[in-house]
Design a protein around this ligand. Structure first.
Ligand code: PEP
Ligand code: MN
Length: 272
């Protein structure tokens, strides 16, 4: 099969060595696994503080949480906005965690970068080219999620926009693609992990939460992702998933499940 490669900076041909992104004392893309855990959405100062505490005691390095949520419907909870950035930054600082949050528009890139250590581009925005171009103008690390119907070539071209703008700190995230199977929310494409690492030098992070949409599948798919060579995982965890403000409670781990997962992962690979 001939695959056209229109990207260059993202390509392993251009850059044979793995890209390692260093943030504080965490290195992403080297021999150690980075684990990002937290709620789908930042809901309140108490919620994010308590989850940050649990993420930290479990041994993970990065707190995840959306202040701006890309919801399918306009009447759903849209996130608490800039206040959520402040709440998460405080929780991260207090508990000694790096933070990652989603940015949806070019206008909000600077404020999100002021408060968070890593910026997430969601699946729905993988080809928001104005957003990608703006992210190319800063140096803050970006976790770029694969569009739910994007090919590897389209995904790597999206990364190329950020790299071409001058920001080399890009990690790729496999978060599941849309297939004909309704039992799972998405189909986590495990082959994407080694395939992207062959095609590209960028770190690859797996998101089994959105990749399956079912809590009981998250742990096995985390382990499968690590076995497939993932450089890290991003996992939803909530103290009260049944009452979470987005529909993602059904895929969120309970804190004790998250802690157990961390212990199991330590047996598989060294953590950051
Ligand atoms: C999220 O991380 O909560 C999220 C909205 O992810 P995705 O863009 O992969 O759906
Ligand atoms: Mn979510």
């Amino acid at each position: 099969v001939k695959i056209s490669k229109s990207y260059k900076l993202a390509s392993r041909d251009f850059h044979p060595d793995n890209t390692v992104i260093r943030i504080g004392d965490v290195s992403i893309g080297g021999d150690e696994l980075v684990i990002m855990g937290g709620p789908c959405a930042v809901e309140s100062p108490e919620q994010i503080d308590e989850i940050a505490r649990l993420v930290k005691v479990s041994g993970a390095q990065v707190l995840r949480g959306g202040a701006f949520k890309p919801r399918t419907g306009p009447y759903s909870f849209q996130g608490v906005g800039v206040e959520g950035l402040v709440m998460m930054a405080e929780a991260g600082k207090k508990h000694g965690l790096l933070t990652i949050t989603e940015v949806m528009t070019p206008e909000y890139v600077d404020v999100c970068a002021e408060y968070a250590d890593i910026l997430q581009v969601g699946t729905r925005n993988m080809q928001n080219f104005d957003l990608l171009r703006k992210l190319g103008t800063i140096q803050t690390p970006v976790l770029l999620k694969r569009g739910f119907s994007a090919t590897y070539d389209e995904f790597l071209n999206a990364a190329e926009y950020i790299l071409a703008g001058g920001n080399p700190n890009v990690m790729l995230c496999e978060r599941g693609i849309r297939t004909f199977e309704p039992y799972t929310r998405n189909t986590l494409d495990l082959a994407a992990i080694p395939a992207l690492q062959t095609l590209s030098h960028l770190p690859v992070i797996s998101d089994p939460s959105h990749g399956t949409g079912r809590r009981e599948l998250v742990e096995p798919m985390c382990k499968a992702s690590v076995a497939a060579g993932a450089n890290g995982l991003i996992v939803e965890m909530h103290t009260d998933p049944d009452n979470s403000m987005t529909g993602d409670g059904v895929q969120s781990l309970f804190p004790d499940q998250f802690a157990k997962l961390m212990l199991d992962l330590e047996q598989l690979a060294p953590l950051c």
